[in-house]
Design a binder for this molecule. Structure first.
Ligand code: NAD
Length: 252
């Protein structure tokens, strides 16, 4: 692993337009369970029964009781971890331009990253299905499930459920950045949710290096990624930053 960490630090030091694609794996160390993998939410729930827009429309109370209520508590308490902090440092060094995140937990922004595309929306806000009034999730009253707006309409989180389309501006900008970047760091994603998982493929086809950081291999590992650094993102990213800062110092 040491060799690959050196290699990633060197690649980043030479990069002019690095971006990152992040997934649920990077927020595990902040106490937020992922969807897939050990301890994943899908060990308890069937995604199509709880995270599909049709499931929400059919029975919002069921989805609120099983998934959203718990998620609200977990995300309310979560704080950025080492991975988020490393990505802030990479941005402030001028190396990392943008983060495309599949996460809905706002931890990149809480940590201090400025340019974050929330590909799957954001759990920080809800919207009334009837009058479209927005409400901060922190102010949502969970005494009655599903929570309702003063107009009587049901609140939904401003996240993208399965079966919904990615906001076109997010999709277009992500595709553009993916084809323009020279490095894409792919951190903590199982790379199975589309079209997010297409971004590294676009990057690779456009000539970028794709560097994966994940304890497990993914469908990208053979074919799309230049290399996989196998390990927990907190440790791996901190070590890459260490090496990179050493290099920058040595180069004067
Ligand atoms: P996923 O749940 O499908 O996969 C998690 C990935 O993280 C796996 O590949 C796993 O091997 C890896 N992983 C586990 N521990 C890790 C660690 N310590 N360091 C690095 N990687 C680690 O996640 P995904 O690919 O982002 O799935 C996409 C969907 O999950 C998105 O739609 C997203 O909205 C949703 N989601 C988001 C959150 C969040 O906002 N934190 C949490 C759960 C699910």
């Amino acid at each position: 692993m040491d060799d690959l960490i050196d290699k990633a630090a060197k690649d980043l030091a030479n990069s002019k337009s690095a971006i990152a694609l992040t997934g649920a794996g990077i927020s595990i160390e902040s106490g937020i369970p992922p969807f897939r993998g050990r301890g994943g939410i899908w060990e308890k729930f069937d995604p199509m029964e709880y995270a599909h827009i049709d499931a929400f429309t059919k029975d919002p109370a069921k989805v609120w009781n099983a998934l959203l209520r718990e998620m609200k508590g977990i995300i309310d308490r979560a704080k950025p971890n080492d991975v988020h902090k490393v990505l802030v440092r990479l941005e402030s060094l001028g190396i990392l331009k943008t983060i495309i995140t599949q996460n809905i937990d706002s931890l990149h922004q809480k940590a201090g990253n400025k340019d974050v595309i929330e590909f799957h929306g954001n759990f920080a806000w809800h919207r009334c299905l009837d009058c479209e009034k927005r409400c901060e999730t922190a102010d949502i009253n969970l005494e009655h499930i599903p929570p309702r707006c003063e107009c009587g309409g049901i609140y939904r989180p401003e996240v993208i459920f399965f079966g919904e389309i990615i906001p076109p501006n997010h999709l277009m900008r992500s595709r553009q950045l993916s084809s323009d970047c020279d490095i894409m760091l792919v951190v903590g994603t199982s790379a199975v949710v589309q079209p997010a998982a297409l971004m590294p493929v676009i990057a690779k086809e456009s000539g970028a290096k794709v560097i994966e950081i994940n304890p497990e291999s993914t469908p990208l590992t053979d074919g799309t990624s230049d290399y996989l650094i196998k390990g927990n993102a907190g440790e791996v990213m901190s070590r890459i930053l260490n090496q990179l800062e050493r290099r920058i110092k040595a180069d004067g």
